[in-house]
Structures are given as structure tokens and as C-alpha cells.
Design a protein around this ligand. Structure first.
Ligand code: HEM
Length: 200
């Protein structure tokens, strides 16, 4: 039986998709075979978790320099090669890889994965990291892990990881937009005069 990735609003509205830079609908399910492929390949990737985190972010900043500006710690670094030995980038890469590790371990508990990615999207609203950039991370992760997996990397493995990242970035986008709406509502209600105080 296919493992449906359930959760509210798996199919985002067109406007949300555009903001997230998603051109297609994310797949609505990961097959048991895809889950198996992700888990098997993760066992190899996790041996190199710190290195993958660094490669992924250096590549992200090379291919999409606009992403670097979002990071207070890295926005002024001109020489990206220096980042390969940066303790801060290593720590950040490890935080992101640890999120991927948690996602892999929740593939059989999709409601928990949904909550995790939703919360992450909310925190990215606070970091000022817009959804249109989210998709870049999955693409750079895939480029970083290919050489590590060597002949274990197949089109099926690639498809499985793409499906996982599509789901995660989609859910993160929902969390981001939810947080954005909440913060706009709070601003509006703060600006509105309190009727109880002005009635007299
Ligand atoms: C699939 C996409 C992404 C994943 C899985 C991800 C994951 C994470 C994680 C796990 C953290 C640690 C803090 C937390 O849990 O809230 C984090 C922090 C952060 N992320 Fe992301 N992220 C993604 C995309 C992006 C993008 C595209 C940007 C910027 C363009 C970004 C900017 C940031 C910033 C600024 C922080 C806070 C850094 C700090 O204060 O140390 N993220 N991210």
C-alpha cells in the first residue's frame, strides 16, 4: 500500500506555490520503496553528515548568493572558500542535517514529520528566509550526496529524495505563510483603536 503523505493542505493554493517557487504539485505520496531507498541511502550519508552540511551551504551560497544575505553570520563573507573551515557554518550545517535525520526517522509517522516541517517554516518567517529559496536546499543536498553514494546513487534514489524535499519545503511554506498571517493579524489588531476605551 502506498504511504500517503497526509496533512492539511497537501496541495497548496496557486499563490502559495508561486511564492515557494514551486512549479508543480508536490507528489502526494512516498511509496514504501521510496521510503526504503531514503532510509538505506541515509545510512551512508550520515557517516559524512558534517561534510555534507558544509558542502551543501557553500554550494547554496555560490549558486544563489542572495541566500547568503539572509544569514547574519555569513552575509559579509566574500571568500566562500573560507567558509569550508568555518565553525559557525559547520554548526549550522549540522543543525540542518539533524533536521533531515529527524525527517528520515519520521517517514513512518507522517503526522510528526508534518508538525516538524510546519514549525520549521514558522521559524523561517522569523529568520526572514522567504519560501522561494527553500527549494534550493534540496537541490544542493542532492548534489552534495551524489558523490558520497557513488554507484548506490540511482535515478530512483534521486526521485525519492526529491519527493521528500518537495514535501518538506511545501509544508515549511505553509508554516511560513501561517506565521506571516498571524503576525499581520497581530499588527492590525494593535493598530485598531480599542472600542471599550474610546466609547465614553
Ligand atoms: C529545505 C530547506 C531548509 C531546511 C530544512 C532548513 C533547516 C533549518 C534548521 C534545522 C535550522 C535551525 C534552527 C531551527 O530549527 O529553527 C535553520 C535555521 C536557519 N535557516 Fe534554514 N532551512 C532551510 C532553508 C533555508 C533557506 C533557503 C534559508 C535562507 C535563504 C535559511 C535560513 C536560515 C536562517 C537565517 C536560520 C537561522 C540561523 C541561525 O540563527 O543560526 N534556511 N534552518
Amino acid at each position: 500500500m502506498g504511504c500517503a503523505i497526509s496533512g492539511s493542505g497537501l496541495r497548496p493554493r496557486t499563490q502559495e506555490k508561486e511564492r515557494a517557487g514551486l512549479k508543480e504539485d508536490a507528489p502526494s505520496s512516498l511509496s514504501p520503496n521510496q521510503i526504503q531507498l531514503i532510509k538505506e541511502s541515509w545510512r551512508v550519508i550520515e557517516e559524512d553528515i558534517a561534510r555534507v552540511g558544509i558542502i551543501m551551504f557553500v554550494r547554496l551560497f555560490e549558486t544563489h548568493p542572495e541566500c547568503k544575505d539572509v544569514f547574519f553570520l555569513f552575509r559579509d563573507v566574500e571568500d566562500l572558500e573560507r567558509l569550508r573551515t568555518s565553525r559557525e557554518l559547520r554548526a549550522h550545517g549540522l543543525r540542518v542535517m539533524s533536521f533531515i535525520e529527524k525527517s528520515v526517522s519520521r517517514l513512518d509517522q507522517l503526522q510528526r514529520l508534518h508538525t516538524l516541517a510546519l514549525d520549521l517554516g514558522r521559524s523561517h518567517y522569523r529568520y526572514n528566509a522567504p519560501p522561494k529559496y527553500f527549494g534550493y536546499v534540496g537541490a544542493e543536498f542532492i548534489c552534495a550526496v551524489q558523490p558520497i553514494l557513488q554507484d548506490k546513487w540511482t535515478p530512483e534514489v534521486e526521485q525519492a529524495w526529491k519527493a521528500l524535499f518537495a514535501y518538506v519545503t511545501w509544508t515549511m511554506t505553509q508554516g511560513f505563510l501561517e506565521e506571516e498571517r498571524n503576525s499581520q493579524l497581530q499588527t492590525t489588531s494593535r493598530d485598531r483603536p480599542d472600542k471599550r476605551n474610546t466609547a465614553i
